[in-house]
Design a protein around this ligand. Structure first.
Ligand code: IMP
Length: 428
């Protein structure tokens, strides 16, 4: 099993971190391929809770080498902070254990300011970004004016480049009525991080290919989700990278021949943070019930931003679309335990628009905003699921729900999570 890709099947926050943590136990290398510290992966190990934003969840499995591929965008200051937090918790984040692609792009202070300025300018039509500078960093990448992680090999020259980058961005910020940044401060903020990250720089594509040739098992850890993909998501309410399967190949520099397992991850219901279409969204008491109160770490509040997530029923058209775009070989269903106690479980199985029933998602985001879901209901179950450890421990109605999803998707659903702990993962 050379390379497995883990991909979110919805709008992010599906619980990919815990699934990656599970698969990382059998992997030699865990590689993040897209996005930056907009992601939030929460992993529970005993009584420790790790909130990872940029560093792969695999870092919590001692045998795995972890890396950030060329498709990622890196805020060096936040990366150093995350490393320090892990080090304080006893996790090995030494060079050699953790690698950073020289080709990854840098999130500069100006990118963060431009992200906020862009959202302000959009007003009511804002995307609801995480304000981490993701969009502007990828814009600079495709505009061929970005800074790359490899430049940190010469921290002084890197600081000069940042100084110039901030100066150039200031022209735009001021033109659009925003305060300029202090270029000197930007450079000073980053130079220290550059010195700290320099030993981690590597040609990660060459590293991965060498490891694949010698038979290593690689886990490609996705962030965000299919519906946030710059190409395949509901544009423009998307992130600026490719969380889908193609992004894993481009973002790591490995060939398609190595990938033989594509694991989709979906929550047993749906959530979304930020703006954009959400046909099966529910409101009021039911939304509050699915979201939780926020007292628990695993309630539906953003790991990165703390924003309450929008909640709704499972949408099979979204999952079928994600299956096709990514070629899922299987689906892992997370947070099944949250549905315990609901008298009925609802699944979105189709859309209706202008009197026509659709069996796939419409091409335009405007139409996706207008569709009305067609629902199917299944009986609920009362039993709490947290202590289930084998498939036989799951109530019949919960199994029927899982089986219906597998039937509609036509791929196996053989793994479900019933709580946040490592051992709360049940396999058929
Ligand atoms: P950005 O990636 O910060 O530019 O945000 C663009 C959109 O993607 C917004 O709707 C964010 O809420 C969403 N987003 C980005 N990263 C995540 C994530 O890790 N989980 C869920 N939503 C995300």
């Amino acid at each position: 099993m050379p390379a497995t890709v883990v991909i979110g099947a919805q709008w992010g926050d599906e619980g990919k971190g815990r699934v990656a943590d599970w698969l990382a136990a059998q992997s030699d290398v865990v590689a993040r391929y897209a996005g930056g510290d907009n992601a939030g992966h929460t992993v529970y190990v005993g009584d420790q809770v790790f909130k990872l934003h940029l560093i792969p969840s695999g870092i919590l499995r001692d045998q795995a080498v972890c890396l950030l591929g060329n498709g990622t965008v890196i805020n060096p200051v936040n990366m150093v902070k995350e490393m320090e937090g892990l080090r304080a918790a006893g996790v090995d984040v030494s060079p050699g254990r953790l690698l950073i692609s020289t080709r990854a792009h840098i999130i500069a202070p100006a990118h963060i300011a431009l992200d906020a300025a862009g959202e302000k300018a959009r007003g009511a039509d804002k995307i609801g970004t995480t304000l981490r500078g993701i969009g502007p960093a990828y814009t600079d990448k495709t505009n061929r004016s970005g800074l790359r992680a490899g430049q940190m090999a010469d921290p002084e020259a890197f600081a000069d480049a940042l100084y110039k980058h901030t100066g150039a961005a200031n022209e735009r910020l001021v033109r659009d009525g925003n305060d300029p940044l202090d270029p000197q401060k930007s450079a000073e903020e980053y130079i220290d991080a550059a010195y700290k990250l320099k030993p981690y720089l590597a040609d990660t594509s060459a590293y991965l290919n060498a490891r694949l040739r010698e038979g290593a098992v690689i886990l490609c850890e996705g962030a965000q989700g299919t519906m946030l993909d710059i190409d395949h998501g509901d544009y423009p309410f998307v992130t600026s990278s490719s969380p889908t399967v193609g992004g894993a190949l481009t973002g790591l520099g490995i060939g398609a021949r190595w990938v033989d397992r594509v694991v989709g991850v979906a929550k047993a219901f749906s959530t979304r943070v930020g703006s954009g279409p959400f046909p099966t969204e529910v409101e009021g008491e039911l939304a509050a019930r699915l979201r939780g109160t926020g007292e628990n770490f695993w309630d539906e509040f953003g790991t990165t931003t703390g924003r309450p997530r929008r909640c709704g029923w499972l949408d099979m058209l979204i999952l079928k679309y994600a299956r096709d775009v990514n070629g899922f070989t299987e689906l892992v269903l997370t947070k099944l335990d949250v549905l315990s106690g609901l008298p009925e479980i609802t699944i979105g199985v189709g859309y209706e628009i202008d009197g026509t029933i659709l069996d796939g998602i419409p091409v335009t985001t405007a139409d996706q905003m207008r569709v009305k879901p067609v629902y199917e209901t299944l009986p609920g179950w009362d039993e709490p699921l947290g202590s289930a450890r084998t498939w036989n421990d799951l109530p019949k109605a919960a199994c029927a729900y899982i089986d219906r999803i597998a039937e509609l998707l036509e791929i196996p659903v053989n793994t479900v999570s019933v709580g946040p702990e490592r051992d709360q993962l049940v396999q058929r």
